[in-house]
Design a protein around this ligand. Sequence first.
Ligand code: SF4
Length: 367
Amino acid sequence: MKSEEKGGNDKKPILKGYTLKELKDYFSSIDEKRFRGEQIFNWLYSHLIDSYEEMQNVPKTLRERLSELTGPLNTLKLVTTKSSPQTGTKKYLFETLDGHKIESVIIPEIKRTTLCISTQVGCPLDCKFCATGLMGYKKNLSAGEIFDQYKFTVKDLEENSIKNIVYMGMGEPLLNYDETLKSLEIFANDLTKGAKLKRITVSTAGIAPKIVELADSGMRVKLALSLHSCFEDIRSKLMPINEKYSLKENLHAIRHYTKQTRTRITFEYIMISGINDREEDFIELVKLCKSMPCKINVIPFNSLAHIKPSGFSAELRPSPFERVEAFVQALRDQNIIVTVRYTQGEDIAAACGQLAIVENEDEKINS
Ligand code: SF4
């Protein structure tokens, strides 16, 4: 008997999150045929099954053996959902097997529905405009936990309705690089249902060495940088990680990324009154945008009132609507591609920068 067969429940491997190669290796390690890895991959990531009994082309004896040897097939439990009556935005609260809470958001738009997924429980980066940062960091999510956010939401919605996935929920994906990459590898596999790599965007606060690593990984995914200011000192004030990896270093990494992947970078730009919506901000932003293939995603600043911020965070105010409109128009007049992400889900604290677990906010629907 193999050691894992003797082990307790907590030692059992959880297959959700294994890449195709890892599944094949796993079946070799338990003296089963490697092609079983491909079958299980298909059941996990295409058929999105919940139990081994559903794996019809897997012999009953092997299904029973797998139920004995491995941990649960689902890495998350859906706790509750909340929908915005104004925009249709839907927020999902999940619980991990070790009892942490995370959130994902579905953003419906006319021609496409976007899923915003989390990669960490909380976030260590403490960006001053972000509720997740203010709640602190608990742990990295596994590739299985990242994938299961897709699984649960896609099953909840109409077939094939999720067109885009953005790694822009709770956490900094590039600080959870290995599991983020594994989840991308799963999405990239043709056997995986629905999701297509070219429709996935990884959003980072700017972890320059990991941007280079991702560029060289062969994973041709879209990349977004949370820019928010072209001035190092202001950016450091808004995003303390800028002290460690400066904007200059990140832009160097991003130039490498756009060359390697031949993709256009997206600069996320949350507009904050008096901080980054001034004439000098506009001039620097235009200079930057003319220097590389890019587009700008302008996001009106969303309130943090639901988490009662203090210090600099409490001072931040949204740029007035007219200022945002004028700023966007002036960028467009410079032939810069600009999208504006007007607030989606602010009424349910699901808008950009608002995700944070407020204990006892929601009642469980699945207990
Ligand atoms: S904006 Fe992103 S990187 Fe910054 S604190 Fe929030 S979740 Fe973390």
